[in-house]
Design a protein around this ligand. Structure first.
Ligand SMILES: Cc1ncc(COP(=O)(O)O)c(C=O)c1O
Length: 474
């Protein structure tokens, strides 16, 4: 029984408001299935014992048994005598929903297709490789690539030396390295709410006490609340996405950046700034301005970046920008988990950097086309939803007007459409009113997926237990 166990009380919080019009066991199974499919219950987690969950939910043990049986039949749960019931997705089961159509459309992930310049960059990297064959594994990054990343920051108004850069296996790896160095069990960590879920998971796994501050698509950060929270709680680390925040698309105004740096310097809070989405500009007023430019107070700022959204998510390459002494500490701690980034991939990125202006222009065109199609389609077909206007980023954080995001996600699977329900981006079951709709896919494919989304919404509206106002009347 080595699997991590999920306490019954935690599962009850994750379940949120799960009851609906169907049979109780089926509603419960549906909601647990969604939690497993979207990763809120990680694969390999042991679910609570039937009796314990029955007590917590005030249901009979037979109902829980039926729900678990249903989950086993639908290939997301595995039961072994003596080990209990463990969440485990059978990949073959994902291709087709029971009684439904094959799953074809994906509005769950927000990643762009590989840049067309990539194969040429990879070929040039392969040609350059013989010059590097004497090199050993590389925990800090090739000098040429560190210099190129530093030069990009300098050109954006943030003077940076190569010894302030460390190359990583993507931004998520960078977040893991920084949080492991700066957060100990019981430390406070500030995150935005909603936020990028894997960063949140990383902090929770380290045993940090998470303090959440709200961000909305319409008004962004509540400036006073953010500053007060840092002042009051003095978190060891604050994880923020100031440019095209994922999932809301909000960008932080300059005066708030300055205030935040000031309060962080005063309270000794390290700011972990995730600029993964910062290059995804559609019509941002003004050029990209790295967050650390506005640090006039001596706050410790650690910035992470990646080529995952510009070049390709399949190239596992990102970086950390920090003070040189912090980079030295990060490099020293890295060898506990990995020994460095592939040299061939570093050379590929170095080559691809030469075409970065064209790649960013292409991304801008792709994102603009899909954003515009999505906004105009949804505004005309589902006027009751609140659709934000974003200037860039990965997605639209749509307010459904009513807390049914998980139910909509389950209904959509019957229409061959994958969605990420709002609570995936929050803690403790929050954001049932919201759905993240990516703008990263090709606009034609997105239009087909949106048609399936609208069909799913109409089916859900017809559910007898849902009392939604008529279309267009929120
Ligand atoms: C905000 C944010 N940070 C980090 C990452 C992870 O990036 P990478 O693929 O470089 O690990 C993502 C990926 O979606 C993201 O959205």
């Amino acid at each position: 029984m080595n699997e991590p166990a999920l306490a019954a009380r935690t599962l009850v919080v994750l379940l949120g408001d799960w009851r609906g019009s169907g049979t109780t066991y089926r509603n419960l199974a549906d909601r647990i299935r969604l939690l497993i499919l979207d990763g809120r219950i990680p694969s390999g987690t042991r679910l609570p014992a039937e009796r314990e969950l029955a007590e917590r939910l005030g249901l009979s043990r037979a109902t829980i048994s039926s729900a678990y049986r249903d989950l086993r039949e639908r290939a997301v749960l595995h039961s072994v005598r003596g080990s209990g019931s463990v969440a485990r997705i059978n990949p073959a089961s994902l291709a087709r929903e029971p009684g439904g159509r094959p799953v074809l459309l994906d509005l769950a992930r927000a990643s762009l297709p590989a840049a067309p310049q990539l194969p040429e960059a990879a070929l040039a990297a392969a040609e350059a490789l013989p010059r590097y064959l004497d090199a050993d594994s590389d925990p800090v990054g090739l000098p040429e690539l560190r210099a190129a990343i530093a030069a990009r920051y300098s050109a954006q108004g943030l003077p940076t030396r190569p010894d302030q850069i460390m190359v990583t296996l993507g931004a998520q790896h960078a977040i893991g390295l920084v949080t492991r160095l700066f957060l100990a069990r019981g430390d406070r960590a500030l995150i935005e709410h909603p936020s990028y879920p894997y960063a949140h998971d990383t902090m929770r796994a380290l045993g940090a006490r998470v303090v959440a501050v709200p961000v909305t698509a319409e008004t962004g950060w509540d400036a006073d609340e953010l500053i007060d929270t840092v002042e009051r709680t003095s978190p060891a680390l604050a994880y923020l996405m100031p440019d095209f925040h994922n999932p809301t698309g909000a960008s932080m105004p300059r005066d708030l950046r300055e205030r935040l740096c000031r309060v962080a310097a005063k309270q000794g809070t390290v700011l972990l700034i995730d600029e993964t989405t910062a290059d995804l500009d559609i019509d941002r007023p003004g050029p990209m301005r790295p967050f650390a430019v506005d640090n006039r107070s001596g706050a410790e700022i650690i910035t992470v970046g990646t080529v995952g959204k510009t070049l390709w998510a399949g190239i596992r390459l990102g970086w950390i920008r920090a003070e040189a002494a912090t980079i030295t500490r990060l490099v020293a701690s890295r060898t506990r988990s990995d020994l460095g980034t592939s040299i061939l991939e570093q050379l590929t990125v170095l080559e691809a950097f030469k075409a970065m202006p064209q790649i960013l222009e292409l991304r801008q065109r792709q994102l603009r086309a899909t954003r515009d199609v999505t906004v105009s389609y949804l505004s005309s077909r589902v006027p009751e939803w609140q659709i934000p206007h974003v200037h860039g980023g990965l997605a639209l954080w749509v307010n459904l007007g009513t807390p049914v995001s998980s139910r909509l996600t389950l209904t959509a699977r019957q229409h061959g459409l994958l969605l990420s329900a709002g609570p995936r981006f929050g803690a403790d079951g929050a954001f049932e009113r919201f759905l993240r709709i990516p703008i990263t896919g090709p606009s034609e494919v997105t239009e087909t997926a949106l048609a399936a989304l609208v069909d799913s919404w109409e089916e859900l509206r017809a559910a007898p237990d849902l009392e939604l106002p008529p279309p267009g009347r929120y």
